[in-house]
Design a binder for this molecule. Structure first.
Ligand code: GDP
Ligand code: ZN
Length: 323
C-alpha cells in the first residue's frame, strides 16, 4: 500500500494495524483492513523509549504490538501511536544492562512442539521453554508430534507429568494427519508463539494445517536478519481466514537461557509446585535440602513428579552458579 496524498484525510484519524516484523527501523504493519505497509516510528515515540542510556538503541516497539499509522510528513507511513499491550514475551537484559528485550507483544499462548522420537523428547529442554512462558505469565501448551514413530504408551507416560501440571498436551502425527485439526482450532484467532527444537516438525505442521503458506519456521527470521543494522528478530505470520490468528516465530526464544531468572522465582514457574509454596517451614526455602519442605513432601507423596522435580533442581543449580 502506498500513501495516497490526493485523498483528504481527517487529521486525527489513523489506520490501526499490527506489527509483523521490523528491520533497520522499518516496521511491516498489517492494517485491520488486511493491507501491508511499511512504516517508521515517529520521533516522539522513539524519544520516549530512550529513558535510559542502554535503551536508546533498543526498539521499544515489538512484533505483535497494535499501532496507529498515519501518512508521514515526507511520504511513506509513520507509526504515531502504540496501543497498550495485553501481554509480552521478553527476556530481561543481562545483569548490569538496563531494560529488557521484548520478543513479542500481545501473545496469547506459547506452543512448544516436541517429537515423540527423532529427535528424542528432552524434558530439560521442554521445561526451559515452559519456564520462559510461565515467567512471562503466558499460557503454554505442548504438541507432541511424530507419535507414529514411538510406542504410544511410552509417549503418554513421558507426557504424564506435564498433563498433571495442567498443560494441555496435543498428540499429533503430521505424517498421518492425526491431531492436526485440534491444533488448527487452538491457533484460531490467537497470537501463538510457536517454538521447539528443530526437526520436530513445526514447519511441516503449519504447512499441513495451512497448505500454501509455505512457512519455514526458523528460517524466515534468519533471512530478515541478514545484513541489517537493527532487527527485532521475531516475525509474525498472519494465518489464512477463516480462523485468522498469527504465528510468531522468534529465534530469540530458542536461544534464550534462563540465566536472567532470579533463582527465587524458579519454583513459581512450575505450576504443580504452586499449591505447596508458602507451606515450607522456611520462607526462603529453595526446596533442595531444607527440613520441613512442602515441595519435597509432595514429591515423596507422588503429587509432584520426580522428573519435574529433578528438572527444577538442575535448573536451580544453574541459576545459582550463573551458568
Ligand atoms: P522443524 O525444524 O521443526 O520445522 O521440522 P520440519 O517440519 O522441517 O520436519 C523435520 C522432519 O520431520 C521432516 O523430514 C518431516 O518430513 C518430518 N516429520 C514431520 N512431522 C512428522 C510426523 O508426524 N511423523 C514423521 N514420521 N515425520 C515427520
Ligand atoms: Zn520448600
Amino acid at each position: 500500500m502506498t500513501p495516497d496524498t490526493s485523498e483528504p484525510r481527517c487529521g486525527s484519524a489513523s489506520t490501526r494495524g499490527v506489527v509483523l516484523s521490523g528491520t533497520g527501523g522499518v516496521w511491516r504493519i498489517r492494517t485491520d483492513g488486511g493491507e501491508s505497509l511499511d512504516a517508521s516510528l515517529r520521533g516522539r515515540l522513539k524519544n520516549r523509549a530512550a529513558t535510559r542510556p542502554s535503551e536508546a538503541r533498543r526498539p521499544k516497539l515489538a512484533v505483535g504490538d497494535r499501532v496507529g499509522v498515519e501518512p508521514g510528513r515526507h511520504g511513506g507511513w509513520a507509526i504515531a501511536e502504540i496501543l497498550p499491550r495485553t501481554s509480552k514475551l521478553s527476556r530481561r537484559a543481562p545483569v548490569g544492562a538496563f531494560g529488557e528485550r521484548i520478543l513479542a507483544a500481545n501473545v496469547d499462548q506459547v506452543i512448544v512442539v516436541v517429537a515423540a522420537a527423532h529427535p528424542e523428547p528432552n524434558s530439560r529442554m521442554l521445561d526451559r521453554f515452559l519456564i520462559i512462558a510461565e515467567a512471562n505469565e503466558l499460557g503454554a501448551r505442548i504438541v507432541v508430534n511424530k507419535v507414529d514413530l514411538a510406542d504410544e504408551a511410552e509417549t503418554h507416560r513421558w507426557c504424564e507429568p506435564y498433563e498433571r501440571a495442567g498443560y494441555p498436551v496435543h498428540y499429533a502425527s503430521v505424517k498421518l494427519g492425526r491431531g492436526v485439526d485440534a491444533i488448527r482450532a487452538v491457533l484460531d484467532n490467537r497470537i501463538s508463539v510457536l517454538t521447539g527444537p528443530s526437526g520436530v516438525g513445526k514447519s511441516s505442521m503449519i504447512n499441513a494445517i495451512f497448505p500454501g503458506l509455505n512457512l519455514r519456521v526458523g528460517a524466515i527470521s534468519e533471512s530478515v536478519q541478514k545484513g541489517r543494522h537493527t532487527t527485532v528478530g521475531s516475525v509474525m505470520v498472519p494465518l489464512p481466514a477463516p480462523g485468522g490468528g498469527y504465528v510468531v516465530d522468534t529465534p530469540g526464544l530458542r536461544e534464550v537461557g534462563i540465566w536472567d531468572l532470579p533463582a527465587g522465582a524458579l519454583d513459581r514457574c512450575f505450576p504443580e509446585f504452586r499449591p505447596q509454596l508458602g507451606l515450607c517451614r522456611f520462607g526462603d526455602c529453595r526446596h533442595s535440602l531444607e527440613p520441613g519442605c512442602a515441595v519435597l513432601d509432595a514429591v515423596r507423596r507422588g503429587d509432584i513428579s520426580v522428573a519435574r522435580f529433578e528438572s527444577y533442581t538442575l535448573l536451580l543449580d544453574q541459576l545459582v552458579s550463573g551458568s
